[in-house]
Design a protein around this ligand. Sequence first.
Ligand SMILES: [Zn+2]
Length: 274
Amino acid sequence: MSKASFGWVCRSPPKTVSDKLWTACWVAADRARYSSPFVRSILFGGVYHLDALWAARLVTALLRYSLRFQGCPPWSLRFGSPCATLNTWLLRCHWVRVRPWVWQHPLGGVKLDLSVPLSPQLVDGWINHCRHVLRVGWRAYQFKEWCASSRHELLEIPSPLHWFQKINWGDARDWATTTASAATVCLGATYSPAHWQHKDPSCAGCIWPGCSSLGHFHHVFWECASRPHFAPARPASPFLARFGWSAGEDPQIVQSVRVWLSFVQSQLWKVQYG
Ligand SMILES: [Zn+2]
């Protein structure tokens, strides 16, 4: 992050939000350290990640300029101009330029339009809207980067990209802030007993009494016949089954899956940490 970019960050995120996120996610930092930085960014970065924040500040400044001077500055991709800086950042985040001051994000399904004529009555609403679509686009960019990474939990999910617009990210974020075990599952920071199979094979078995299988995630959470009787059925959505992210499923099913995921995560900690 260059010094020039830092100049745009003249306000930090609201302290109450930062505190809540901090408590929920990073109090268990030792346990969450295996979470993917991409997943952390998808869930929480739009609101407090510097990369997303400074772009929101820049867009806000441009919209305020547009109100004051009855339009955006002349379009120029000259190095160092605000619009070249913004354009470069947007293209890096997989936005596509439609025309000067208008971009769309194919994966995020959103459009950023800074060319709209603004009035004092409209400006605040339009700034909020643009900041929202920036966050959606930034999350979509992080999601795509994550899908392109070689995280093992993604290998089992065929064509994950089309899920981006289906998943209710705000709802997933809210769930992650409830308990440490919810945060751990939701951030993809769970590591199964099978994780230990090379370092310490004695810890690599399934946690359920009477089972001697290797404790892979899907075995322990969804497949083992020795699981407690209250284990819910495995949901159809691979993201709900793995991370507790909902995509329009029945709220009761989502709730029962999340209770189960949190419960098993707690049981894993008991076995792994005593
Ligand atoms: Zn088992």
